[in-house]
Design a protein around this ligand. Structure first.
Ligand code: NAP
Length: 477
């Protein structure tokens, strides 16, 4: 029996699932049937979140801790099963998918604790007899719009802090990963969330996005996805005075210097560039390699890349799953062709057949590129990385920074002075030293600079800058 994924509005599951959700590893496999909200349903969800806002804003921190902690425990206990759903739905290899489910459980546990850790300040006023109290309050109703590439972790790192600090939520997941969103909402409801505090809406991003910005009842929107959509949303939200946070794309550089440990650098680049099928905003898509190590590095990387096992995401031996869908596959192939036409030498990148019909693409390495080529300017969002040769560290750093994105950057080196200089001078929100550009902890801030991010940081204690508002009270007895 195929599962039907319904909206959750004011505590009620509703809507008739009829849109098939296809497994990218096996297009004959229908994972579930989802639905698309009417404008009335979107309005109802927003009203429900608005009606519930005081109940949750004035709830006891212990109540918020308990709900989030219970949800975190259930996610951790069911990580294998949720990972399997994610592997079927999104094509993430089962080991990585289970890891993402575990991380999502830990995110809920962390933010459960944050519900108890919220503090304020009392400071003496400059006026005699007056005291100043600085406290934080929930911002109110938050719209949360998420992409498909981390179908549990990204919703978790937005919903958990929103709820921890007393906000109510309208959650709109990417249309091709309805199952993970449904499981998350179901877990939170059963963990004891009052009706209307979390509302789940499926449907077209543009319809839900404009309903959120136009309703007049939404106080903040947290978005992760593409630059084009994020920027449109940020403009629409700021026009209405809605607090907005957008996490978008990347063209992340990994610099490999002559003094790097060769084997370690190769493993770091294989992981950063190709794991999760390269469908990570933090993927290392530009590998900038200095001339003394260039040839050895490229030869080793190419050999290792060719050994990667591309296959069905549910097969435990698979290292690289399928691309998420047909249109993403076409986008990846188009960028590979552009790279070729602009003079790049392509290794790999073939469409593959497996025992089940799916969107399988061999990882692709584009050799002999320069930083002006399209492949090094635009985000591909697939298992495609390019090699850029640099004369020395200074040139490598300058190439690394020559991008309009600024999410993550990395360096493989054993030189303390180069590593220290890179940490200080790389223009990105996250800098990785001898670790992949992708793969982050769940308890520290996440976010970028330039076109990659707009607004306050996500995750860790810093997330309160977005999900709460500061009040300053002057008190005279
Ligand atoms: P997307 O097309 O921008 O979609 C993201 C979300 O926005 C989806 O839920 C989508 O709904 C919705 N949406 C689409 N049009 C909208 C509109 N006009 N108004 C409001 N919402 C709208 O991005 P994607 O293809 O899912 O994800 C890939 C992108 O996400 C990449 O660029 C990647 O770099 C970025 N990303 C960034 C981060 C980060 O933290 N920086 C993390 C992961 C991914 P539908 O699915 O219904 O279209």
């Amino acid at each position: 029996m195929i599962k039907k994924y319904q909206h959750l509005i004011a505590g009620h599951w509703q809507g008739d699932g009829e849109i098939p959700n296809i497994n990218p590893s096996d297009t004959n496999d229908i994972v579930g049937l989802t639905t698309s909200a009417s404008s009335t349903e979107v309005r109802e969800a927003i009203s429900a979140a608005h009606a519930a806002r005081n109940v949750w804003a004035y709830s006891n921190p212990q109540q918020r801790f308990d709900v989030l902690d219970r949800a975190g425990s259930e996610i951790l206990n069911r990580a294998g099963e949720l990972g399997e759903l994610m592997a079927r739905e999104e094509g993430k290899p089962i080991k990585e998918a289970t890891g993402e489910a575990t991380r999502s459980g830990l995110l809920f546990k962390f933010f459960a604790g944050e519900a108890l850790r919220l503090t304020g300040d009392i400071v003496p006023s400059v006026r005699p007899g007056v005291t100043v109290e600085i406290t934080r309050e929930p911002i109110g109703v938050v719209g949360i719009i998420t992409p498909w590439n981390f179908p549990l972790a990204i919703p978790a790192w937005k919903i958990a802090p929103a709820l921890a600090w007393g906000n109510t939520v309208i959650f709109k997941p990417a249309s091709n990963v309805p199952g993970c969103a449904w499981e998350l909402a179901d877990i939170l409801v059963r963990a004891g969330l009052p009706d209307g505090v979390l509302n789940l809406i499926y449907g077209s991003g543009s319809a839900v996005g404009s309903a959120l910005t136009e309703s007049g009842l939404v106080d903040a929107i947290s978005f992760t996805g593409s630059v084009v959509v994020g920027n449109q949303l940020a403009v629409a939200a700021t026009k209405k005075g809605i607090r907005v946070q957008t996490e978008m794309g990347g063209k992340n550089p990994m610099v490999v210097l002559d003094d790097a440990d060769l084997d370690l650098a190769v493993e770091i680049c294989i992981n950063g560039a190709f794991f999760s099928t390269g469908q990570r905003c933090t993927a290392s898509s530009r590998l900038i390699v200095t001339k003394g190590i260039h040839d050895r590095f490229v030869a080793s990387l190419e050999k290792r890349m060719r050994e990667l096992k591309v296959g069905n995401a549910l097969d435990p031996a698979t290292e690289i799953g399928p691309v998420v869908d047909q249109s993403q596959l076409e986008q990846d192939c188009r960028y590979i062709e552009i790279a070729k036409s602009e003079g790049g030498e392509v290794v790999g990148g073939e469409i593959l057949q497996r025992s089940t019909p799916g969107f399988y693409l061999a990882p692709a390495l584009i050799k002999g590129t320069n930083n002006d080529m399209t492949i090094n300017r635009e985000e591909v969002f697939g298992p495609v990385a390019s090699i850029i040769r640099a004369d020395d560290y200074d040139e490598a750093l300058s190439i690394a920074n020559d991008t309009w994105f600024g999410l993550s950057s990395g360096i493989c080196s054993t030189s303390l002075s180069h590593v220290s200089h890179f940490k200080r001078n790389s223009r990105s929100g996250m800098v990785m030293v001898n670790v992949p550009t992708a793969g982050v902890d769940y308890h520290v801030p996440f976010g970028g600079t330039k076109a990659s991010s707009y607004g306050a940081r996500e995750q860790g204690a810093y997330a309160k800058e977005f999900y709460s508002v500061v009040k300053t009270a002057y008190v005279s007895p």
